[in-house]
Structures are given as C-alpha cells and as structure tokens.
Design a protein around this ligand. Structure first.
Ligand SMILES: NC(=O)c1ccc[n+]([C@@H]2O[C@H](COP(=O)([O-])OP(=O)(O)OC[C@H]3O[C@@H](n4cnc5c(N)ncnc54)[C@H](O)[C@@H]3O)[C@@H](O)[C@H]2O)c1
Length: 441
C-alpha cells in the first residue's frame, strides 16, 4: 500500500434491496442470489463475486478477489422487496418470465413466494402496452411519493434493515426530454403537488429514494435521474446514484468490438444492428414511443467510442441503425445480429457478422448484483457519496451518467480500468498505468 486509505464504514447488518419492477430481470436476479447462497450455482458474470484486482507490480503477485479487497455486503445480508403493477409474487413472476428452469425456481420457492410486490406508482401513458391492477391511488404525485416513502420505511422496520438500495428493473418508459418542471428541486416538488404530467413514475420512485437518502440505480434508458431537480436532491443529501440502461447483449458486444476496430484504425462505413425478442420487455418496446427511449440509448455508444470528429477519415460517414422487433416465440432468449461494414488499408472493404444468441436476463442479473453491492459501498464512503453520480460504475451501463461538463466513457475496457482504479484509490493502492518501465531498471 502506498497512499492513504479512504474512509469506508464497515457493512454492518442487513441491506434492503428495493426493486421497482419485479419482472424477468428482477426475478432472475433474486432467484439467482438465493441459488448462489445455497451453493446450487456459481455467480458467473459478477465482478464483485468472481473478479480479481491486481495490486502493485506484475511481479508482486498480489491479486486478491475484489470482495476480499473492499468491504462489500455479503449475499446472506441482502433482503429483497419491490413494487409491480401485477400482483404475482417473485416465484410466480419467475415462472412466467420463463428465464430459469423450473427445477431451479422450485429449489428457492420458499424464499421467492414470500416476496410480494407492493402496489406500484404507474401511469399508462408512460408504458402503453402493459395493463396492470396493482397500482397506487393518490390525490397528486406528491401523495404517491409519500406512499412510496411509507412503503420504504415499513420495509426497513419490518425486516430490521441497516441500509437500503433502490434499483430500477421496471419497464422502459416513453421517450421524454427535460422540461421546465425538471429544472430545479423546487419546481419539481411543486410539479409533484400540481400533478404535472411531465413527471414520470420512475422519477417519483427516484425522488422518494433520494429524499430518504437511499442510493438509486437506473437500469432502464428512462430519463429519470438525468434532470437537474433530482441531481440537486442527490447532491444535497449526498446520495450515490448511477445509470443508465444495463449494458448487456448487443451493446455489450458493440463496446467490446468498436474499441478494437478503433485501436487498429480500421474504418467503419456502417453498423446495422437488429434484434428479435419475445419477453414482456419486448412487448413494451413494440410501442414506437417506448422504443425511441431504447433506441437513443443504444445509438449513443458508437459515436462516443469512435470519435468521428477526431478520426473523420475513418468514421465521419458512419451509418448506424438499430432495430428491435417483438417476436414472442423467442421469449427472453434474444437474438441480436450485427452487420458491420469496415474498411482497411487503402480503403478496401470488409465485413464482420455477429449473431449473438443471448439470454437477456441472464446477462443482466449479475450486473444488478454488482451495482447493488458497489452502490452500497459508495453510500458507506463519504468521499464517493458526496459526488452523487458514480461515474466509476459506467462499466455496467449503455448510457453512462457523467458530470454535466463531461462526455460519457463507453469503452468497456476504459470503464473497467476506471472501476478498478477507483477501488485501488479507495484502499490507498498505487493506480496501475501499465507503463512498466520499472521492470527494466
Ligand atoms: N434484460 C436486459 O438485458 C436489459 C438490459 C438493459 C435494460 N433492461 C431494462 O430493464 C428493465 C426490466 O427488463 P425485464 O426484461 O425484466 O422486463 P419485464 O417486462 O420482464 O419486467 C419489468 C416489470 O416492470 C413492471 N412495471 C412497469 N412499470 C412499472 C412501474 N411504474 N412500477 C413498478 N413496476 C412496473 C412490469 O409490470 C414488469 O413486471 C426494462 O426497462 C429493460 O429495458 C434490461
């Protein structure tokens, strides 16, 4: 160790995990954690559970597990709860989602059956294709936010929790842009009382969490936290937040491939991406307004990684198209095709085809786990909590949040380096630059 350790409180007691949206991702995550706790399956895909971190020189051979290096909550200390517009408990919802095999779901049935979603804050115009009944009523949006805060306080008390995290696993809302009501906390709170139509349900959940000092992660491409009002609240209460839109499937592949092409200065004429998926998420995205939110999130990636303004010869005329089609027979087992038209030496064209037969929620569940554990770490570390946005968690998102004057970092490998260097910094370890001159002295 070289530097000073940053102060982090130890994770004592139970950590409550509150999830708006108990659908495919949420139930695959919860059932998975229960199965891992019972040693029925390994936590594959989770950096916090399986990842290591190199410390010091390559010759030092110090490579601890991340979970042994920083003080993270234990899986046994997680307690799950949440909200949904449908009344199915987590066991029934997991079976309906059809991601996990019945035998695995049965093996953790006792725990899943006990997780019943609380009535949701929902507004039909924001998610047009779903029609549920488990929905709160209130005289205005502030009243709905207060009901959520009561739910949270009761959940904390009943389960004897020490800390809480909220992580959005509910549907993608329609595409919206920031309006005057989002400009300041004062305007937003007035808007809640006036039932302003521009305040989306996801913003009401985030408001309730931040108001109570609870960190919030945004797993969907919704605007939610990306408004000055909620950023003001996060900073005022020193609450860590992160988002948005879990980086799984096709976008994960894109952020692996694009940095490689750019590293070798290979040009790209066009990148056509199309997907078929048949789960409830696919049904929601079948509506053009809901799809637009996802499209914006998926499109932003290449522009930032390839930097056409820096490399106009290679990327200025890049044509990038993303399509998603709802195709029920596939369920959660999405197929994502990419056709990439590249060019090399003297402009000679070549093509790359990717056909990723992935399982959406299987890719998302370990990200949910890592985000919960890292956000909880951030809430116990005043130096991180005071920042509000946790940019070091960009690794997990399609549209990473960054400070207002910064462009987001999309390159998966830079994101991983940033995450690990943040952990090294917290523990007073030397940051790794890969310079390596010292080995030759
Ligand atoms: N699976 C992935 O790889 C992946 C990747 C990135 C983002 N996401 C996003 O994660 C979210 C969840 O995906 P999923 O596959 O589990 O979808 P899903 O449709 O199976 O689950 C979402 C659940 O949210 C509920 N819901 C909708 N509005 C709500 C509200 N206002 N309050 C409470 N519950 C509400 C729905 O009833 C549904 O049960 C989606 O927004 C999706 O776009 C998923």
């Amino acid at each position: 160790m070289n530097g000073k350790m940053v102060s982090i409180e130890e994770p004592k007691g139970k950590l409550g995990v509150l999830i708006p949206g108990m659908g495919a991702v949420a139930t695959t995550f919860i059932a998975g954690v229960e199965a891992i706790r019972r040693k029925l399956a390994p936590p594959i895909g989770s950096l916090t559970q399986m990842g290591t971190i190199r410390l010091g020189k390559r010759t030092d051979k110090r490579v601890p597990l991340i979970k042994d290096f920083v003080p993270l909550a234990k899986l046994d200390d997680l307690v799950f709860g949440g909200w949904d517009i449908f009344t199915d408990n987590a066991y029934d919802a997991a079976l309906k989602a059809g991601v996990l095999e019945r035998t695995l779901v049965e093996s953790v049935k006792d725990r899943l059956k006990k997780i019943r979603p609380m009535p949701a804050v929902f507004e039909q115009k924001y998610v047009k294709n779903l029609h549920g009944t488990n929905i709160k009523k209130g005289k205005n949006k502030m009243h709905l936010a207060e009901q959520l805060m009561d739910d949270i306080k009761n959940f904390k008390k009943q389960n004897h929790l020490n800390r809480l995290i909220m992580i959005w696993c509910a549907s993608t809302e329609i595409f919206i842009k920031a309006k005057p009501v989002h400009r300041s906390l004062e305007a937003f709170e007035k808007g809640l009382r006036d039932n302003n139509p521009d305040i989306a349900p996801s913003m009401i959940y985030a408001y309730a969490a931040l108001k109570l000092g609870i960190p919030f992660a945004n797993g969907a491409p919704n605007l939610t936290l990306d408004i000055p009002a909620l950023m003001e609240l996060a900073l005022k209460n020193q609450v860590p937040v992160c988002g948005k839109d879990y980086k799984t499937g096709q976008t994960m592949m894109k952020t692996i491939l694009a940095p490689g092409l750019k590293a070798r200065l290979l040009g790209v004429h066009g990148w056509f991406s199309t997907n078929i998926l048949g789960n409830r998420d696919g049904e929601v995205l079948d509506d053009p307004d809901n799809f637009k939110t996802k499209e914006e999130s998926k499109l932003s990636v290449l522009e930032y990684i390839l930097q056409p303004e820096v490399y106009p010869t290679l990327y200025k005329d890049l044509y990038h198209k993303v399509r998603i089609n709802y195709y029920p027979p596939r369920g959660d087992n999405k197929e994502g095709w990419d056709n990439i038209d590249i060019f090399g030496w003297l402009g000679y064209p070549m093509q790359i085809k990717v056909d990723f037969l992935c399982r959406d929620s299987i890719l998302a569940a370990p990200l949910v786990l890592d985000l919960i554990l890292f956000l909880d770490l951030a809430q116990r570390c005043p130096d991180l909590a005071r920042l509000g946005i946790q940019e070091w968690l960009s690794f997990y998102f399609k549209s990473p949040m960054a400070a207002p004057h910064l462009y987001p970092e999309h390159d998966l490998f830079i994101q991983l380096m940033k995450l690990k260097n943040t952990l090294r910094h917290l523990r007073g370890e030397e940051l790794i630059t890969h310079l390596g001159l010292e080995y030759y002295d």
